[in-house]
Write a protein that binds this ligand. Structure first.
Ligand code: SAM
Length: 219
């Protein structure tokens, strides 16, 4: 089953300007971008996985920060984002690029992964889809596997409501609308759901809107 908004959030049109856009960390949505990608890559490096699945790999900004692994599968729905990613790492024979929906692809890949990682992509899934995603992701993880996410999140619904109110009070209507147009994670809810699936999960905040979540699967 494909995610509901996969066509809307296909970044083909944003691809040419994307790498320039993420450099603007003065913008609240971009604040913490680089540090968070580095944190995800460092978690992967520490875990030393053989097979890694990267979901929503975009122009390869996380891919390029990763340590050498045995096999890396990069999934994205955007042909243009993937074209740029491939241009940026032309000699990487251990990387397989798959053009697919991140929710659907988890039913199609026949192997288990030692690490499933993703930055700034899962917030394109609705709350219900995230729950489904967590379950499918857990099934795709090998024993002792690790999942590492960096994304746009609020600690809980109260924090989201307060942030949106503060945006509107301070005249940042466009930012409020951008936030409401997507499905930022609820950190507390996500940790709960991951723990119910048997994963040991924890979160770390990088900026007002950017958080990292790491989840370990038992042996
Ligand atoms: C904001 S970009 C993040 C790219 C990269 N991970 C990064 O951190 O810079 C989101 C990426 O996810 C892709 N995407 C969005 N929804 C998707 C979906 N349902 N399935 C596959 N890819 C999706 C977009 O095409 C885009 O490349």
């Amino acid at each position: 089953m494909k995610s509901e908004y996969v066509d809307k959030f296909n970044h083909d049109e944003d691809a040419p300007g994307y790498d320039q856009d993420v450099l603007n960390e003065a913008h609240p949505i971009r604040a913490g971008y680089s540090e968070l990608l580095n944190w995800v890559a460092a978690k992967v490096e520490m875990h030393k996985p053989g097979r890694v699945l990267e979901l929503g790999s975009g122009t390869g900004n996380l891919t390029l920060r990763l340590p050498q692994v045995e096999a890396l599968t990069c999934v994205d729905i955007s042909t243009e984002m993937q074209r740029i990613a491939q241009e940026k790492s032309p000699a990487s024979t251990h990387i397989t690029y798959v053009k697919a929906d991140i929710l659907e692809v988890l039913d199609q890949l026949d192997k288990k992964f030692d690490a499933v990682i993703s930055t700034y992509t899962i917030h394109h899934l609705t709350a219900a889809e995230k729950q489904l995603f967590f379950a499918k992701m857990e099934s795709s993880l090998a024993p002792r596997g690790i999942a590492v996410f960096g994304d746009l999140m609020f600690e809980n619904q109260e924090n989201k409501t307060a942030y949106l109110e503060q945006c509107r009070r301070s005249g940042q209507e466009e930012l409020a609308e951008d936030i409401e147009d997507e499905f930022f994670w609820d950190v507390e809810l996500a940790l709960d759901k991951l723990q119910v699936l048997g994963l040991q999960a924890s979160a770390k905040q990088f900026s007002e809107l950017s958080w990292g979540i790491v989840a370990h699967k038992h042996a």
